[in-house]
Structures are given as C-alpha cells and as structure tokens.
Design a protein around this ligand. Sequence first.
Ligand SMILES: *Cc1c(COP(=O)(O)O)cnc(C)c1O
Length: 392
Amino acid sequence: MTTQETIELFDKYVIANYGRLPRVIVRGNGCYLYDADGNEILDMFPGWAVSALGHCHPKVVDAIRKQVGELLHIDNTFYSEPQGQLARLLSERAFGGKCFFCNSGAEANEAALKLARLHTAQEKYKYITAEGSFHGRTFATVTATAQPKYHEGFLPLLPGFVYVPFNDIAALESAFSDEVAAVMVEPIQGEGGINVATPEYLQTIRRLCDEKGAVMILDEVQTGIGRTGKWFGYQHFDVEPDIITMAKALGGGVAIGAMMAKDEIAASLVPGKHASTFGGNCLACAAGVAVIEAIEEDNLLQNANELGEYAQDKLLALKQKHSIIDSVRGIGLMIGVQLTGPGSEIVDKCLDKGLRINCTHETVIRLMPPMIATKEQIDEAIDILDGVLAGS
Ligand SMILES: *Cc1c(COP(=O)(O)O)cnc(C)c1O
C-alpha cells in the first residue's frame, strides 16, 4: 500500500480523534523507524514512551515468539506462570508489594483509585491531584487529570476530586482533610512538561497521608521501568508510596498496565471488587518479564543515567547558541527543554530532517530517548535539533 492509500483507509474507516502526521510507519528497529516511503527516522520519543528498549528489542521479540507458541491468553480463573513471574520481578524492584494487572495506564490508575476507596473508611471519598497532571482518559482518570482542557465537554465529572498546584506544600496542607482517601501525583509530570517533584513535596504527601489515614498513590506510568535511571521515579526522592501504577514501557510495546500496592492495602482488593479480562495475560506478562531481564542484563539503568546526563549537558550547551532555549530539566532519559516560544513547528521541522521528538504544553520540547541509545545517537539527534533551531 502507498502512504496515500493507507491515509485514505483512515479517512474512511478510522475515527479521527488523533491529529496524525502524514506518514505511515512500517518498521522499527532499535532507535530507528522506517516509513512506507523508505525514510529513516531517529526516534527520540519512541511510542510515546512505550518503546523504552527501542523498537523490536531482540530479547523481547524472542520471549514473545516463545510465549505465542505456548499460550497466548488464559483468563484469571486459573494461575499462569508469566503473571506470577512478572509480579515477583516488579515487587522485588519496588517496595515489595503485590500486583494487579490490566492493559493500560488509565486502567492501572482506575484500579488504584478504587482500591484507595476500598481500603480507607467509608466517609473518605476525596482525592487530591495536582494541576498539570495527566492520569488518563477514562472518566475517573480524566477527572484526576487536573487540566481543564481535558475536561471540556465531559462535565459533570466524578465528584470528590480536589486540585492543588504541583509542588505547593502549603496548598496541599490546606486541601487535606479527614475525607481524603488518596493523593495521586506523578513523581515527574510527563505530559505536563517534565515537571520534577521536589523531595519535600513527596515527603509531605507521605506525612499527611500517614497522619490522616489516606493512601499515597504515585502514577509511574511514564516514569516507571527504568526511564529515569532507577526502576521507579519515586526511588530518587527518599520516599515510599503505598501504591504505584505503571504501563507504557512495561510490555516493551505490548499493551499492559499494572498497579502495585503494599500488602496490607492490597488485601482490601478481594474477589468481586475489581477485574480485567485481559489483565495479566500470558503474552503481555512474558513480554514484561523479558523487558525487565533485558534492562538488567544489558545494564540499561546505568545507560539511562549516563546518557541522560550526557543529553542534558549537550542541550544546555545548545542554550548558549539559541536564545529560544530557556532551560533544560528532567531526570535520566525523561528530558524537557523549556522554550521561550512555541515548539510544535520545531518538532515538525526535526521530523522532516529525520528526527522524532515531541512538544507538550506548547513550549516544552520533550525527549524520551530509548534506554538502548548510544552517545552517537544522542549527538545525531542534537545536531539535527541544533540545525533546525539555527534555521528558525
Ligand atoms: C500515558 C499516561 C497515562 C495514561 O496511560 P494510557 O495507557 O494511555 O491509559 C497515565 N499516566 C501517565 C503519567 C501517563 O504518562
């Protein structure tokens, strides 16, 4: 099929709820994508943070192939090996909690929000979330997402959500009450523009949750599974949450979500209270196991740390040359470049020159390089960005 033929299929048969670029991607390999017209693209925003091991990582592909020949799916009426193995690997790399599996980030957050209500006293029904957050598009998670643009057209939303400015300790303290079941924030806001929480902020959430008997939920859908150079974002902040949620990078490209809760909280999720038909299926969990093993075997946490620092230094050096760059922020391979003006045209021009990056909140360029990337690939990306900035 030509690019035009594929686009015509979409025009006729696919709901137009995404603004798509006029390219058809047909293949991915490591840090590179290939479109139907034969163009190669260096992908520094792989799969919207899903393909953190690059595209088609051989260890993940092998594990998927093996599992496909054994058992694709078995419902949760039974036990299955990959689900148990993945839960253990995740638990050992976080705070030793128990996992519930689902298929996406929004579903993981839904599970966390429901569990917080089940676990706390009946009169607790409120949730505190932070402005600029992104938690998903289902009704509860879009309500948790404290950005009016995502709420337009859907009022009234779910009751009980209270929004506070991110990183504002005083606002958090005054919003807290005995009716709060949970606080949910991202350790680093991703869609919100790579806004890093302060350790004091997360530690204050911890203290207030303890004092008031509320549950501390960290949305690690974007920060989780090694992207920041540690397994989970919270591990940079000297704090331990009650629940974390994850998805995106967890399946190496296969749809999977997970919620992990401390044992005593997890115990509230008894049969009949929550479920997911596809949740924890063999294929997705085998992929998840392979992702974690590959990160470990290939030393990718260390690479994420080193490469993140390298990329941030190089971007800071660009700031000396281009006044449109205001600042650079992030941890590991979750990097935001704050511009003084709009960034979407810059991102489009980069793609024309063979580099994929992202722009969020109009003025933040977001880079989420794969954890397998090399310094040479970072150099290649920054050279292209440099050229585009020089020409604009
Ligand atoms: C992407 C994202 C979600 C939503 O995940 P879906 O899989 O699209 O439902 C939730 N929280 C954060 C922090 C995200 O980045």
